[in-house]
Design a protein around this ligand. Structure first.
Ligand code: PMP
Length: 395
């Protein structure tokens, strides 16, 4: 039987640079000790106070169908949080609760892309981006950013790819690079979106993990609230990855259509999960800071370790739980380096090539193991890189 093109073409097929990741998983399953610095998941679980709130809610009976757009309490809580953080007037009618940020990314593209329209995204990119766009029937078109610009996108690079595009997907703080887009970058993007009539889909799931300065949501820039869909999530800010709870913020009209989409797809998010999220958000910044603290600490330590060597370059690591290391001085590709590192030192990192082509010659290190193990692994990575660079110089 024939399947739809839409479903069979979600992934591009072929090797996608994830071999190292799967190989590391296999090694662990076979009983080898591997330090896994691969995926973006906290090494702490969801806080006990949030689990208590979840349990209370479930025991109080919130285990049936919940309101499809989200509970009034969570929509109001998210709206208030967004308004406080951005200054943009936001009510529950601007909020749809989704099963995680990923479902939000898909729904946002469903709202603005017709089949065959082009949805732009920036390379390097979070692994699901092209498939998410293709899953809606739209054409996913990458815009390369460059290591030489520290992966800050330039308006000219986007403009060169804009013909036929209806949307632009951005992500700051960024996965995989750890880069935070500067106010100038975001202003240029906002200006371009208005001039070329693009929807901006702004993935802000790492908005509580900023190590320098403050988070700037492009929805707050002049003229942008009517053309921006913000995707948020409890996953990273509250270590609730498995709870599948996120949201889309956007104009009321878009949200009302997205409620129809949710009615016909997800049928909402469990009430007890939403109550746990409302509780977690009501605790405020102290809890968010506590959850971000291990990454802040490890990133500070990483700067010290990397300052003691000159083989590896660090892409400015201003946010999110990752470091993007430039290992081009070793003469290896990101994939070659990651494979050799896994073989020789049982440390698993992600090749930059897993995230497109722009971060070739880099590896992404997730700061997701305890401080001592992280520091030891990073020092080993540095020593290994300098050994390889030395060999290369001798050849
Ligand atoms: N966007 C980015 C950039 C991510 O890194 C992730 C998760 N790794 C997501 C969206 C999706 O997160 P979730 O669905 O858990 O909210």
């Amino acid at each position: 039987m024939k399947l739809s093109d839409r479903i069979t073409q979600i992934t591009g097929g072929g090797s996608d640079g994830w071999d190292v990741f799967y190989r590391a998983r296999r090694m662990v399953a076979e009983g080898h000790a591997v330090t896994q610095l691969t995926i973006g998941e906290h090494d702490i679980g969801t806080d006990a106070s949030i689990l208590d709130a979840m349990n209370r809610s479930a025991r109080d009976g919130h285990t049936g169908y919940a309101m499809v757009p989200g509970t009034d309490l969570l929509r109001d809580t998210v709206a208030a949080r967004v308004q406080t953080r951005t200054g943009v007037s936001t009510t529950r009618n601007n909020v749809l609760i989704t099963p995680g940020g990923q479902a939000g990314l898909f729904a946002a593209h469903m709202a603005v892309c017709n089949p065959g329209d082009v949805g732009l995204f920036l390379d390097p990119y979070y692994a699901t981006y092209p498939g998410t766009i293709r899953g809606t029937g739209a054409v996913a078109r990458a815009v390369q950013t460059s290591a030489e610009d520290a992966f800050q996108p330039r308006a000219e690079q986007i403009e060169a790819k804009v013909d036929g595009a209806v949307s632009l997907l951005i992500n700051t703080p960024n996965n995989p690079t750890g880069v935070v887009y500067s106010p100038e970058t975001l202003r240029d993007i906002a200006e371009l979106c208005q001039r070329r009539d693009l929807w901006l889909i702004s993935d802000e799931v790492y908005d509580t993990q900023i190590w320098n300065g403050a988070h700037l949501s492009p929805r707050a820039l002049p003229g942008m609230a009517d053309r921006t869909l913000v995707v948020g999530s409890m996953s990273k800010s509250h270590a609730m990855t498995g709870s599948r709870c996120g949201w889309i913020i956007g104009p009321e009209e878009v949200i009302s259509h997205l409620i129809n989409l949710a009615t016909h797809t997800t049928y909402g998010v469990p009430g007890f999960i939403q109550d746990a999220a409302s509780f977690a958000l009501s605790v405020g910044i102290t809890l968010e800071d506590e959850i971000a603290a291990p990454f802040r600490r490890r990133r500070a330590r990483a700067l010290e370790v990397l300052a003691e060597q000159n083989t590896i370059g660090l892409v400015p690591a201003d946010g999110a739980m990752y470091l993007m290391l430039d290992i081009r001085a070793t003469g290896l590709t990101g994939e070659g380096f990651a494979n050799a590192l896994l073989d020789k030192h049982a440390i698993a990192v992600m090749p930059g090539e897993s995230f497109g082509t722009a971060a070739a010659g880099h590896v992404r290190v997730a700061m997701t193991v305890d401080d001592d193990r992280f520091e030891t692994a990073l020092k080993t990575i540095c020593a290994f890189a300098s050994e390889l660079a030395g060999q290369q110089a001798a050849e």
